[in-house]
Design a protein around this ligand. Structure first.
Ligand SMILES: [Zn+2]
Length: 366
């Protein structure tokens, strides 16, 4: 896949210097709508030490391949503990035993990066608020404060994490829980504003026994059911690196999608660690494709890439899914790759903008 870089538009100023005034996506003189391969419902611009791709470079990486992207940082900062790691500065949570902690400044950094772009590029991004502690009853207040400080920027919250293999136990402070009233408060506030919620919560513990009931399935369904007005995307369909989509996972998802109590819940199929299971055998790919064909409005593609350096790194999960794309009919494939994203995020944008208009920063916060 070739990287088609946007073409800078140059104008000569009176003093003869070149000023770059904007970027024409695609670089063509003829106005045309590029036919994008996918929208990305799950993308981290920065990594676990808050470093990442420059947002203008990322727009270039999106090129004519990616239409729109739900963009966010990572809420957790990996601490560099000199006592533990000495000069080996960790950049990933698996590099060290030192803890992770919630890093709220990431939301301001994402908002400022977004605001640095011209409107035609902003229109291709849906920034998400992620720098809150989901065990804190004040988390919803953080989300409100970010919206009021940066009106016009955000479409949703997440990816934030409740249960995640290797990660949850490393976070400083209390372990997150699906049964925490702080989470209910976050989901209630998201419904009030119209924010999309992208939640990572593993359905099971790592290396669970085949045939056992997934440890967190009942709690997950309970919390989703308690918030029918909240638009929820369950990241990775609830699976992970070693939380395998055991044989019953497709059946559990099918049961949820058939139940009107979960009409507000979709899933994303992001992360190479998830794709490896789905394309791991022809049978797994077929089971997944059959489920998507039955419920084509409930699945979104996402990359879950973290601060990619170039387009080939950015699109590798999309390429990894080629066996799956081949099994879907064209309309279903289009929904998963493109239009489910547009439906969900267009609705959120409209609602969040109108909430912001009626809750300006100067208004007294109750
Ligand atoms: Zn992610």
């Amino acid at each position: 896949m070739s990287l088609s870089a946007p073409t800078p538009v140059r104008v000569w100023t009176l003093c003869g210097r070149v000023a770059i005034v904007g970027l024409l996506i695609g670089g063509s003189a003829r106005p045309q709508t590029p036919s994008y391969q996918f929208n990305d419902a799950h993308f981290h611009l920065t990594n676990y030490i808050q470093e990442g791709t420059r947002i203008s470079d990322f727009l270039r990486i999106m090129g004519n391949t990616t239409g729109r992207v739900a963009i966010f940082g990572i809420p957790l900062q990996q601490q560099w503990s000199y006592r533990v790691d000495g000069e080996n500065a960790p950049t990933y949570y698996l590099n060290t035993d030192a803890p992770l902690y919630y890093y709220s400044f990431i939301d301001a950094a994402i908002a400022m990066a977004y605001k640095s772009l011209p409107p035609n590029q902003q229109a291709r991004l849906d920034p998400m608020i992620t720098g809150f502690n989901p065990t804190d009853m004040y988390a919803a207040d953080h989300i409100r404060r970010v919206l009021q400080t940066f009106p016009g920027a955000f479409s949703g919250i997440g990816e934030f994490t409740i249960h995640k293999e290797f990660v949850s136990a490393k976070v400083a402070g209390e372990v997150a829980s699906l049964q925490d009233p702080a989470l209910d408060r976050i989901l209630d506030f998201a419904a009030e504003v119209g924010l999309v919620v992208l939640i990572h919560s593993d359905v099971d513990v790592p290396f669970a026994k085949e045939g056992s009931q997934p440890a967190y399935l009942a709690q997950t369904k309970e919390v989703f059911k308690r918030h029918p007005r909240t638009t929820i995307i369950w990241a990775h369909t609830g699976t992970g690196r070693v939380v395998r989509p055991i044989r019953n996972h497709a059946a559990n998802l099918a049961e949820m999608f058939a139940d009107p109590a979960f009409n507000h819940v979709s899933v994303d199929i992001s992360w190479d660690e998830v794709a490896k299971y789905i394309v791991g055998s022809p049978e797994a790919t077929r089971i997944t494709a059959d489920l998507i064909q039955r419920y084509p409005d409930r699945f979104l593609f996402g990359t879950d890439e973290v601060a990619p350096a170039d387009q080939s790194k950015y699109t590798r999960v999309y390429e990894q899914y080629q066996p799956l794309w081949k099994l879907l009919d064209s309309e279903t494939s289009r929904k998963v790759r493109l239009t489910n994203y547009e439906r969900i995020f267009d609705a959120a944008r409209g609602k969040v903008r109108s909430w912001e208009a009626s809750h300006p920063a100067s208004a007294k916060v109750p």
